[in-house]
Design a protein around this ligand. Structure first.
Ligand SMILES: [Ca+2]
Length: 533
């Protein structure tokens, strides 16, 4: 509960003399936990030992699960990078944060996670991939130290990782491994391991924890840009899975719709049959990237423990979305299926919260729940009407009776122009509506977690299908005729990328961040997001 300053240990906020006067109870009431937000990019929900994966090696994340809670039915509602990050930023679902698919995170929202914690007295730092727009937009962070993979939105932008790389190895090419940012091919990292962005992200977080001397509690976001492709772990992690018996791609009785002839030279394809072996080769390297991240998380947790803060820190691990890795002949993300939409969600809480450690919770939770969780931990009052998410600490405390029964999922057109969908799931059943065609799918996730059997046409499942369809109609009704017409789900011949709630750039803010003053489009004819990352 105390912060170390040199050799003298002082409690946060209070001078030692204050303690003598007011006693320990006042100190405990005044103290607030640090918040450590660990995230990765494109990390599948089934890639944790704690999730029952017997092949993958994730001892540090498994320990977080054992010492905290694991949410088995955690989803990324709009499973591509930027809409997922908008949900994390705002605590809102897609209709209210305005992003129904892959586009740009709004320049400023009424409520933003780093800004709210900043205003509550936290020192706020973001390390790694933020994927904000513009890239240096802070959204209330005191500071961000960026690794944006290869993205540079303006000619003069260079990430902090790349500047660091250049100062350390001026003549080397950070991209020499030669695998693209949406590539299905694996490859061993071609440079010394200490130059890898995963290692840099871990090192930067450890440096922060080792040197932090401020009096305020901190909100530290550590955002790894992997296991998103390139699947390029260092050699020792490639060796770890060299002959590993990783699960082959899930191919269901309905997957033939994606069994189109694939050109292996198209390294960024989003669907197509690349054969039985390629998904296994890609997955082994992906698992290596996951274990490399897990190792860095172990170093971060060790540094936290070293400072004596492990039990005065709320730790949450999740990611923005998953990775299909060839499941159902699909690659990358933006899909309703488990490989794309289910994410890991682990929470380890401070000692001051008395709750059972090692819980596995089955309620449907989503990225919009992360901000309310942090506000709850920080003791910040929130108006529940202003957020779609709820604090996960409610479930951890055992108060589940008012929790949502299912969660909405959706994504507007991205890669092909034919993949616009809405879905609902409670983690046991999943209902998907493809807006371009009206096609429906129904999966029994409890009996069929790999979604091998589409039950939508099964005569015995029609009542169940109807119940879920009605729930989706009810969910979408507030959006108007474009989504629900005459009480039925509307087939949509165009795709809506931004809802009317997408924040318009205000003059003052636009000037401050260099954004154009044009209002955001609401119904673009074509999606801009074909490079969803
Ligand atoms: Ca992403």
């Amino acid at each position: 509960m105390a912060r170390s300053i040199g050799l003298i240990r002082l409690p946060r906020f209070l001078a030692a003399s204050t303690i003598l006067i007011t006693g320990i109870s006042a100190f405990a009431a005044a103290d607030r936990p640090n918040i450590l937000f660990l995230m990765a990019d494109q990390f599948r929900g089934d890639c944790l030992g704690a999730d029952g994966n017997r092949v993958i090696h994730t001892p540090n994340l498994d320990r977080l699960a054992a010492e905290g809670a694991r949410f088995r039915c955690a989803y990324s509602c709009t499973p591509s990078c930027t809409p997922a990050r908008a949900a994390l930023l705002t605590g809102l679902g897609p209709w209210r944060n305005g992003m129904l698919g892959y586009s740009r995170v709004g320049v400023k929202y009424k409520h933003e996670k780093p800004r709210m914690l900043h205003d509550a007295g936290y020192y706020t730092l973001g390390i790694g991939k933020m994927h904000y727009h513009p890239q240096r937009n802070l959204h209330g962070f005191h500071q961000t130290i960026l690794d944006e993979s290869g993205r540079a939105e303006s000619p003069d932008y260079r990430s902090d990782y790349r500047s660091w790389f250049c100062s350390l190895a001026p003549s080397l090419d950070p991209d020499v491994t030669g695998i693209g940012w949406n590539d299905y091919r694996p490859g061993t990292y071609a440079l010394p391991e200490n130059l890898h962005p995963t290692r840099w992200t871990g090192d930067t977080a450890v440096n922060f924890l080792k040197t932090y001397q401020r009096q305020e509690p901190f909100f530290l976001k550590v955002s790894f840009a992997r296991p998103h492709s390139p699947y390029d772990p260092p050699e020792r992690f490639m060796k770890m899975y060299e002959n590993a018996d990783v699960p082959p791609a899930a191919i269901g009785d309905w997957s033939s719709i994606n069994d189109v002839k694939a050109d292996p030279k198209n390294h960024t394809l989003w669907r197509g049959n690349l054969g039985h072996e390629q998904p296994i080769r890609s997955k082994r390297a992906y698992y290596g990237s996951v274990s490399f991240i897990d190792e860095q998380i172990g170093r971060i947790l060790a540094a936290l423990k070293e400072r004596g803060w492990l039990d005065n820190t709320l730790i949450l691990f999740t990611c923005d979305h998953g990775d299909m890795l060839g499941d159902h002949h699909l690659w990358r993300k933006t899909y309703a299926y488990e490989g794309s939409a289910r994410v890991p969600m682990l929470v380890r809480w401070p000692a001051s919260l008395a709750a059972t450690r090692g819980q596995v919770l089955m309620q449907p939770v989503e990225l919009r729940d992360v901000l309310p969780t942090f506000l709850d931990a920080a003791g910040v009052e929130m108006d529940e009407r202003e957020f779609d998410g709820r604090s996960l600490l409610e479930l951890i405390r055992g108060r589940s009776e008012k929790w949502r029964r299912w969660i909405d999922l959706e994504h507007s057109r991205c890669y092909a122009g034919s993949e616009s969908w809405n879905a609902l799931t409670d983690g046991q059943t999943k209902y998907i509506f493809y807006a371009d065609s009206g096609r429906e799918q129904l999966f029994d996730l409890k009996a069929d977690p790999r979604e091998l059997h589409d039950l939508a046409a099964d005569p015995a499942q029609q009542d169940r299908l109807r119940v879920w369809r009605e729930r989706l109609i009810k969910h979408l009704a507030e959006r108007g005729d474009f989504f629900v017409k005459d009480g039925r789900l509307a087939v949509r011949t165009s795709s809506m990328l931004y809802s009317p709630n997408y924040p318009k750039v205000e003059d003052e803010e636009g000037a401050a961040v260099g954004e154009s003053k044009k209002p955001a489009p609401t119904r673009p004819a074509a999606n801009v997001g074909k490079t969803a990352s």
